[in-house]
Ligand binder design. Structure first.
Ligand code: SAH
Length: 238
C-alpha cells in the first residue's frame, strides 16, 4: 500500500472517534449538517444516478452513502481501518448494494484504476494530509475525461482561523480541539493551482457558512472559511 502521503496522527484521531461517525450530535455532527448542502450543490452540476463515483477520504461514509442513495455506484476509500468498518456496517444496514469501501491510498487506486470514474469527491480531507497536491493529482487521474472532481476544505486566513479553529473548536465545541491545524488549511488559489497542475479546469466554487445563532449552515458566495470547488477534466482531443 502507498502510505507515503499520510499523517498517522491524523488517521489515529479519526480512528479513535470511528464509533461516532453516525451520531448526529457527536463530533462529526457538522459533517451531517453540511451533507444535504454539499449533495445539493453536487447535484446541481452532475447527475449522480448511474454514475460511477469514488469518494476519497470517505470516513464513515456520510457523503458516500448519500450519493449511493441517489443511484450512484459509489466506492469509498480511506486509510482509517476503523472508519471503513463503520461505513461498511452502515451500508449493510441500509441495504445499499451499489456502495463499496476499500482501504487504499488515493495514489494507489489512481495507478490501479485510472480514468474509471465519472465523478470524484474529496471532502474535508485535503487539510489532513502532508501533500494535498498529490491527492489532487490522484483525483485527476481517477476521473474520466469530461468527468468532475469535487473538493471541499477550509480557507487559510485570519477569519478562518477565528471561525474554523478558535470558534468551532474552542468556543462552540462543534468539533474536537486539534481537529484542524492552521498551517494545513488551503487557500482557494492554492487548491486552484493544484488543480491546474493536475490538468483539471476549475469551474465552480461555493462557500459554506455557519450561523452560530441559528446553528445552521448554508451555501453562500463567501469562500472565506469553508468552501467547495468543482473542477472538470477536459475531454481528450484528437
Ligand atoms: N469525506 C468525509 C470525511 C471527512 S474527515 C466527509 O466529508 O464526510 C477526513 C477523512 O480523511 C477521515 O476519514 C480520515 O481518515 C481521512 N484521511 C486522512 N488522511 C488520509 C489519507 N492520507 N488518505 C486517505 N484518507 C485520509
Amino acid at each position: 500500500m502507498n502510505t507515503a502521503n499520510v499523517d498517522q496522527a491524523e488517521l489515529a484521531k479519526f480512528s479513535s472517534l470511528a464509533h461516532r461517525w453516525w451520531d448526529l450530535d457527536g463530533e462529526f455532527g457538522p459533517l451531517h449538517a453540511i451533507n444535504p448542502l454539499r449533495l445539493e450543490w453536487i447535484e446541481g452540476i452532475v447527475t449522480l444516478k448511474n454514475s460511477r463515483v469514488v469518494d476519497v477520504g470517505c470516513g464513515g461514509g456520510i457523503l458516500a452513502e448519500a450519493m449511493a442513495r441517489k443511484g450512484a455506484d459509489v466506492l469509498g476509500i480511506d486509510l482509517a481501518d476503523k472508519s471503513l468498518k463503520v461505513a461498511q456496517l452502515h451500508a449493510l444496514e441500509a441495504g445499499l448494494p451499489s456502495l463499496a469501501y476499500r482501504q487504499v491510498a488515493a495514489e494507489s487506486l489512481a495507478a490501479e484504476m485510472p480514468a474509471q470514474f465519472d465523478i470524484v469527491t474529496c471532502m474535508e480531507m485535503l487539510e489532513h494530509v502532508p501533500q494535498p497536491s498529490s491527492i489532487v493529482q490522484a483525483c485527476a487521474q481517477l476521473v474520466k475525461p469530461g468527468g468532475w472532481v469535487f473538493f471541499s476544505t477550509i480557507n487559510r486566513n485570519p477569519k478562518s482561523f477565528l471561525l474554523a479553529i478558535v470558534g468551532a473548536e474552542y468556543l462552540l465545541n462543534l468539533v474536537p480541539r486539534g481537529t484542524h491545524e492552521y498551517a494545513r488549511l488551503l487557500r482557494p488559489s492554492e487548491l486552484g493551482q493544484f488543480c491546474r497542475a493536475a490538468g483539471l479546469e476549475l469551474r465552480h466554487s461555493r462557500g459554506l457558512e455557519y450561523n452560530p445563532l441559528s446553528r445552521r449552515y448554508r451555501l453562500s458566495d463567501d469562500t472565506g472559511v469553508n468552501y467547495m470547488m468543482a473542477a472538470r477534466k477536459p475531454l481528450a482531443h484528437g
